[in-house]
Design a protein around this ligand. Structure first.
Ligand SMILES: [Zn+2]
Ligand SMILES: [Zn+2]
Length: 84
């Protein structure tokens, strides 16, 4: 019984996500609406603590997990600084 409830909850969450996507236009066609979501560890090297932004889409709830141009630039800047 609880399995069925879990399945139902999952289906409802998916339906809600799709409804949001339909209401706002599919991200695949119109692009994600990325909004700042939080910070992440860039992990450019072992001994630095660089942080970068993480963005999440307000429409579909997708998250880039710090995989964005801004993070790439910060990582490149860190590496350039460390080069002798
Ligand atoms: Zn999206
Ligand atoms: Zn760094």
């Amino acid at each position: 019984m609880s399995d069925l409830l879990t399945q139902l909850a999952k289906a409802e969450a998916e339906a809600a996500r799709l409804r949001r996507e339909v209401a706002n236009g599919p991200c695949r066609e119109f692009g994600h609406d990325w909004q700042f979501y939080g910070g992440s560890n860039l992990g450019c090297c072992d001994d630095c603590q660089c942080g970068g932004p993480v963005y999440a889409c307000t429409k579909c709830g997708d998250c880039d997990y710090g995989d964005n141009d801004e993070a790439d630039e910060l990582r490149a800047a860190c590496l350039a600084e460390r080069r002798p």
